[in-house]
Ligand binder design. Structure first.
Ligand SMILES: [Cu+2]
Length: 263
């Protein structure tokens, strides 16, 4: 069933659980579609005008229809109580703590994804709306000591594999939606709110390229809410790396930032 649904590859720890639920819901829908469709066709013939010249105003009798309806309600309750609610409870109850996760701020704007890393000190520098400019899209206050080692990128999110990621999501202008399909993550970014969302990436970009045989494969951040004229081009890339590669990338970013600050 999963192959028929054409889902993107699974690349996060909770992806398989979400997919299992999608498969179960789709099987139920297949059964209902075929069942109701067959019933509809049966009714068209059984109650045709030629065989029933006088209308019956009472409606359906009999135990079968009631039994079927009760059975469908029970199946839906099982899906809800044993799959959907526990899966959601895990998503909202098991948030990783800040010190065991890769913590980033993602700030959406028309039409880009700004990423803010706290740097080696683990502390995010202060940001102020009045400091926002073309070369400081998140309004980072460089006079704040915590901001000295901060790293910002645009449309590029690098993350280490097999470590929980905690994203604090916000927006500068309108409602956007942070969609990472392979991670089975989707969360609205709402102006005025900082919304946490978490996942654990399990497959590096290189491994996924080898697995899919697509050397140009990239994980994407897709804006999943129509947010304006440039919505279609609001996409970023996510590079999942081994811890060593990620540390090296971060060191390079720090070096670049330092060089830029000294100029
Ligand atoms: Cu958007």
């Amino acid at each position: 069933m999963l192959n028929w649904l054409g889902m993107p590859a699974e690349a996060s720890a909770h992806a398989a659980e979400i997919d299992q639920m999608l498969v179960l819901v789709h099987w139920l829908m297949v059964v209902l579609f075929v069942g109701w469709g067959a019933f509809f066709i049966y009714v068209l013939f059984r109650y045709r005008k030629g065989a029933n010249p006088r209308a019956n105003y009472d409606g359906a009798h009999g135990k079968i229809s009631k039994g079927l309806e009760v059975a469908i309600v029970l199946i839906e309750m099982v899906l809800l109580l044993f799959y959907a609610i526990p899966a959601w409870a895990k998503r909202v109850a098991n948030f990783p703590s800040e010190n065991q996760a890769t913590v980033v701020h993602v700030i959406a704007e028309q039409f880009a994804w700004n990423v803010h890393y706290p740097g080696p000190d683990g502390k995010f520098g202060r940001t102020k709306p009045e400091l926002v400019s073309a070369d400081n899209p998140i309004g980072l206050d460089k006079t704040d000591p915590d901001a000295k080692d901060d790293i910002t990128t645009i449309n590029q999110l690098n993350l280490p594999v097999n470590k929980p990621v905690l994203v604090h999501l916000s927006s500068k202008d309108v409602i956007h939606s942070f969609g990472l399909y392979e991670m089975r993550v989707k969360q609205d970014a709402v102006p005025g709110l900082s919304i946490p969302v978490w996942f654990t990436p399990t497959v590096t970009t290189d491994e996924m390229r080898a697995k899919t045989g697509n050397a140009a494969f990239n994980y994407e951040i897709t804006c999943s809410q129509l947010c304006g004229l440039g919505h279609f081009r609001m996409r970023g890339f996510v590079t999942i790396q081994s811890q060593a590669d990620y540390d090296k990338w971060m060191a390079d970013q720090l070096k670049e930032a330092k060089a830029a600050n000294n100029n």
